[in-house]
Design a binder for this molecule. Structure first.
Ligand code: ADP
Length: 613
């Protein structure tokens, strides 16, 4: 039989089924057909490059390796041409008439398993070449194989069950796919629309893509190149292009791994934390690629939530281009990628913290909040994250920080716990009454200035087997200090605490002599196991129930302070005034603790006290 006459073929049954679904689907993001065809073209070029290494006799050997896309909005056509490996007649039959493509097979399987007519699956699987039929009235594939001996052919079909092949002379090497667009898909014959689609999905394809004679993809897939070939400026330019950013990246991590998965990743930390600046919550935006072709620009599960500030690219050859976000297997793959990349990034931060202290601290000042979020919520990476946290403390200078690991090295032999205090700033914590007992005993206290810190410390709970303990909590027990001269005796102290308790009634749970006061007359400690002062403040700010309940506090008094000694002297002789003083002392303590809700009664009382001066 002569091959010069057109020959008609029936599609294999599965292809018919596939085409039927593709043609009749209402899938809205039909644009992925461009991605699929450009990927096929790029694969064909890649295969040619390989063939050139071993084969001498290549048809049209001098041809540039490139992809040319042309649109014709009058004729309503789009044409994608490559100078790749091409197809012989037999290959046209084999490749485009039978189902070889594993993605298509999976797609059909998923449709069979209850996905019927769920056209979203098309985008998720990517149905390869056949996706052209979502937009096409007819498709013609002109192809000339790299093997020079065979003439060129044209394969054509309207997708309705059969296709034809006939000889077509005068072709260069490679394939040219001409799509005659359906009337309602005529948009895809517009230059700007295709430019946008190619830039989105195929910006990093290594072969030149020319659209109507103009090069579209000019940025290289930097992540696949070796680090020592890349200059800082190249990285910065790539970051700006890929993340649509205007700043210079603060940190970058470029790495590749072969096991357990093949990964090439290029991650950036931007200069600023825009969430901190009050912009909306960041969205995951490290894009997922498979061999330079975009799969998903915002894959949700690729990285943990707390890494949502990262930008960049992860490319894995192990992902099928047509990855579905539905199947278990793919979920497991993404989870594996997530683990490998997160661990690698944490290791990177650890190295930064060790080797480039200033840069790390600047990073931390901006993005530390995300690490805290991770430490509090991500059990898997908690230990590594806690090591990366930094705080000021009672022993650091203002503005300088310490890690918990360094804190532990400074702990004395008897110290079992790590102490921390939450407050608005250093000055407030240093001048408050809570620190003095710790200072007098040379115990370091971590200073926490952010409202979330309390939640973070509460969730982290311990570090290096040492409990994290709030220094203003009622349960804190400190060692005895030598009794200074002139303090009230134990007996007198008992009398005084009884008097104060009686004067204050239900406003306090307990009044006792303090072991943590040195200079201040008194302090209030939280006696509410379920609600700390900071939590209460937050709940008040959010107008939550329970925030208006009276606070439960213990009042601790300092038998060494002049105020207490004076109060002891007057409580018997001028009990009314002494009662006012006791109330005022409690209010003062509540102010220091940030627990005084209403200062009005205090003002009236103060005037009364002033009268008696
Ligand atoms: P996939 O590309 O995932 O294998 P497709 O259905 O898109 O599946 O394509 C089927 C086959 O057709 C490809 O594997 C390839 O062998 C061949 N093919 C498709 N496009 C081209 C092209 N532009 N040049 C050469 N061969 C191609």
């Amino acid at each position: 039989m002569s091959t010069a006459t057109p020959q008609k073929f029936e599609f294999q049954a599965e292809i018919k089924q596939l085409l039927d679904i593709v043609i009749h689907s209402l899938y809205t993001e039909k644009e992925i057909f461009v991605r699929e065809l450009v990927s096929n073209a790029s694969d064909a070029l890649e295969k040619l490059r390989h063939t050139q290494i071993t084969e001498k006799d290549i048809f049209d050997d001098k041809l540039e390796l490139e992809i040319n896309v042309t649109t014709d909005d009058k004729a309503k056509t789009i044409t994608l041409q490559d100078t790749g490996i091409g197809m012989t007649r037999a290959e046209l039959v084999e490749n485009l008439g039978t189902i070889a493509h594993s993605g298509s097979k999976q797609f059909l399987k998923a449709m069979g398993e209850g996905g019927a007519k769920n056209s979203n699956l098309i985008g998720q699987f990517g149905v390869g070449f056949y996706s052209a039929f979502m937009v096409a009235k007819s498709v013609k594939v002109y192809s000339h194989s790299w093997r020079g001996a065979e003439p060129g052919h044209v394969w054509s079909s309207d997708g309705s069950g059969s296709y034809e092949i006939e000889e077509a002379d005068g072709q260069h090497r490679g394939s040219k796919i001409v799509i005659e667009l359906k009337d309602d898909c005529a948009d895809y014959a517009s230059d700007w629309k295709i430019k946008e689609i190619v830039e989105r999905y195929s910006a990093f394809v290594s072969f030149p893509i020319n659209l109507n004679g103009k090069r579209v993809n000019t940025v290289q897939a930097l992540w696949l190149r070796s680090k020592n070939e890349i200059k800082d400026e190249d990285y910065t330019e790539f970051y700006k292009f890929q993340s649509h950013a205007h700043d210079d990246p603060r940190l970058r991590l470029h790495f590749s791994a072969d096991a357990p998965l093949s990964i090439n990743a290029l991650l950036f930390v931007p200069k600023d934390n825009t969430e901190k600046l009050g912009f909306s919550r960041l969205e995951a935006s490290v894009a997922l690629y498979c061999r330079k072709v975009l799969i998903d620009s915002k894959p949700k599960d690729l990285l943990p939530e707390w890494l949502r500030f990262l930008k960049g690219v992860v490319d894995s050859e192990d992902l099928p281009l047509n990855i579905s976000r539905e199947t278990m297997q793919d979920k497991a793959l993404i989870a594996k990628l997530n683990t490998v990349i997160t661990k690698r990034f944490l290791k990177f931060l650890e190295e930064e913290a060790k080797n480039r202290v200033d840069a790390y601290n600047e990073f931390y000042a901006e993005f530390g909040i995300f690490l805290k979020e991770g430490a509090a919520m991500d059990y898997t990476h908690k230990d590594s994250l806690v090591k990366l946290l930094r705080f000021e403390s009672s022993l650091t200078e203002k503005g300088k920080t310490t890690s918990l690991a360094d804190y532990v090295t400074r702990m004395g032999a008897d110290q079992k716990e790590i102490y921390y205090l939450v407050g608005p700033n250093r000055a407030a914590l240093e001048s408050g009454p809570y620190l003095e007992g710790f200072k007098a005993r040379n115990l370091e206290v971590i200073f926490c200035y952010e409202p979330v810190d309390e939640y973070v410390m509460g969730n982290v709970r311990e570090f290096d087997s040492k409990k994290l303990t709030a220094a203003d909590h009622a349960d804190v027990k400190l060692s005895d200090l030598p009794k200074p001269e002139g303090a009230l005796s134990e007996d007198d102290t008992k009398k005084l605490t009884a008097f104060i308790k009686e004067s204050l009634g239900a406003r306090v749970e307990e009044v006792k002599a303090s072991d943590r006061l040195v200079d201040s007359p008194a302090l209030a400690v939280n006696a509410d196991k379920f609600m700390s002062p900071q939590m209460r403040r937050m709940m008040k700010a959010m107008k939550k129930d329970g925030a208006d309940e009276p606070v439960k506090v213990n009042l601790e008094i300092n038998p060494r302070s002049a105020v207490m000694k004076r109060l002891f002297e007057t409580h018997a002789t001028a009990p009314d005034r002494a009662k006012l003083v006791a109330e005022q002392i409690l209010d003062n303590a509540l102010i220091s603790a940030g627990l005084l809700d209403d200062a009005t009664p205090m003002v009236a009382r103060l005037y009364k006290l002033l009268e008696s001066v």
